[in-house]
Design a protein around this ligand. Structure first.
Ligand code: MG
Length: 389
């Protein structure tokens, strides 16, 4: 019940123009206040169980139409087959790639199955791979049973080469593999390395859920996938195809979709590793302008006071400060003109304005505020600061 009451209180606060300020105000590295009602809401999408999100790019859904999204690495027609709504790798056909390029950051969903008929051993059993940005392989392999002591037909392997490994670099946290012929899922969050002035300033990262289980936890790439020696890091492309490996085994793929996502390093206006104070200041000024345009500066009610104090919380430049002095000065005059009955009647709005003043004072946006001093004087004189017995 408490949670319900809290939620409805927040809803009322959000709906009221004169609710006043609360939380922490914007600062040098955060353009938005805590619980900021002016911060844009995320775009609404449809996300139903088992279906691609409505904003996903469908790379392959089993149809001829989406099969046409794919080609050989030489951009020629692929020799992979469309079989019963799946993509089947063909020995000797080479890798398959998307004709279009994506990146540098994305969420990728892939479903795959190694052959029902178990053949080969080690890297020769159900081997394929998901290549990201042309350089980074997330291994696909029959890794269902790897322990010779527990299985009559195991496929033991080196740890950094089994299913869900970042090939040659990092084994999965656990082996979440399903059996041969069973459909398995990879849900991948990939962020390409960030380079600046010819140097890598942040490594690329990948997070992988294999069959819903976290197997790669924000792994930082040491560089592109290597096999026999460490590869020198190189500046990645901005966009690149998604590719699947032909390793000689008939591996199947289905339900492949992708969502390009923003990189936290591109965020320069709110927290994050690359926040720039100049960008924060510019955005705060822009929001202040937008809020200020809605205020009738010839009025001096509690709504106008709270609204101009909110503007000041974003930016203390002119004409905002001048308007703040005018509106707050007029509000003080109104308070001075009120008799005891009028003050009691206006107690709620006065206490609301006090909250706004308190937020600005606590965050050191405004100090020695005449309006706050006036309200505190009234509160003391009226005994509003004393608890009821
Ligand atoms: Mg492979």
């Amino acid at each position: 019940m408490k949670k319900l009451i809290f939620a409805s209180t927040l809803a009322m606060v959000a709906a009221s123009a004169s609710a006043g300020l609360y939380g922490d105000t914007p600062d040098a590295t955060h353009a938005w206040a805590v619980h900021d009602r002016n911060r844009p809401n995320p775009v609404k999408i449809v996300a139903e169980p088992g279906l691609p999100p409505s904003d996903a790019i469908i790379l392959f859904d089993g149809t001829e139409k989406t099969f046409a999204n794919w080609c050989s690495m030489k951009m020629e027609p692929t020799k992979w087959k469309l079989v019963n709504g799946t993509l089947e790798s063909v020995k000797g056909a080479g890798y398959i790639r998307t004709k279009a390029e994506y990146g540098p950051n994305f969420q990728l969903h892939v479903e795959w199955a190694t052959p029902v008929k178990v053949e080969g051993v080690g890297q020769g059993r159900g081997n394929s791979g998901v290549f990201l940005m042309n350089d980074f392989e997330l291994q696909v392999l029959d890794s269902y049973e790897t322990d010779p002591a527990k299985s009559p037909n195991p496929n033991p392997n080196y740890a950094d080469g089994q299913a869900s490994a970042i090939y040659g670099q990092n084994p999965p946290i656990v082996n979440a593999s399903r059996g041969p012929g069973q459909w398995q899922t990879y849900d991948i969050v990939f962020h390409a390395p960030v380079w600046k002035d010819g140097k890598e300033i942040y490594p690329g990262t990948v997070t992988v859920f294999h069959n819903g289980v976290l197997t790669q936890d924000n792994w930082e790439y040491e560089g592109p996938t290597y096999h026999m020696k460490r590869t020198v890091k190189k500046q990645p492309a901005t966009k690149a195809p998604i590719a699947f490996q032909d390793h000689g085994n008939p591996v199947h793929f289905r339900n492949v979709w992708l969502r390009e996502i923003p990189c936290r390093h591109a965020n320069t206006t709110h927290g994050g590793p690359d926040v720039k104070e100049a960008d924060v200041k510019a955005l705060r000024h822009k929001i202040a302008e937008q809020l200020f345009a809605k205020i009738d500066t010839n009025k001096s009610g509690a709504d106008e006071v709270n609204a101009i104090l909110e503007v000041i919380s974003y930016c203390k430049a002119e004409p905002f400060c001048g308007a703040c002095k005018k509106i707050c000065g007029a509000y003080i005059a109104r308070l001075d003109a009120m008799d005891a009955a009028a003050l009691e009647k206006a107690k709620g709005e006065i206490m609301g304005v006090k909250k706004s003043c308190d937020v600005l004072a606590r965050n050191k946006v405004v100090e020695n505020c005449k309006l706050a001093a006036k309200i505190n004087e009234i509160i003391k004189a009226r005994g509003w600061d004393k608890k009821k017995k």
